[in-house]
Design a protein around this ligand. Sequence first.
Ligand SMILES: [Zn+2]
Length: 222
Amino acid sequence: MSDDTRRQIVAVYREIDRRGLIVASAGNVSHRTDSGMIITPSGCSAETLAPALLVAMTLDGDVRGDTTPSSEWAMHAAIYQACPSAQCVVHTHADACTALACLNEALPAFHYMIANFGGDDVRCAPYVTFGTPELARLAVQALAGRTACLLANHGVIVHATTADRALSDAIVLETLCRQYLLARSAGTVRLLTAEEMRAAHERYRTYGQTGTREQAGQELSS
Ligand SMILES: [Zn+2]
């Protein structure tokens, strides 16, 4: 189980790296375990990352072994503590998500797929210094009722019930942010109404998994 989890974390990290969502170690991936979580080490790279280099630790910060966990371990731990459904957490500085986060704006209901993240927008947590307990607290606050939030002047964080879904959601959110910025640069975006979003949420509930998620999942396991 633990070996499988470690392999999944490495696969997710390599895939977000391959897709250009992380540059120069600016990202980290974790998965919940019975005793806490397993997280990518500080300053890791897709080329050298291996299952044995991942860091097992409790959600209180007790590290097993000598490897230093990602500097954002507290944000991952706080999400597992606050969101019982969270099994995998992905944090990146992906271009479009980070660009919108630098405007200190939420991603609004410009597209029905925003419903994929649990609400009618993807909030943006206010800026505080990276790696601090305050950032962990503000991220959890911005994630209320959502599976993703932007982090002002920093990046984005996503959680999901499986590693496959966390991967595909990180990819989908980056695509949505890019599409929103593109639309905004072309003119005035018409946002969906509350009623239109209600219908989108209902559709997601009825039809479950999206094709996008299934596709990304297949890519990860192949
Ligand atoms: Zn970061």
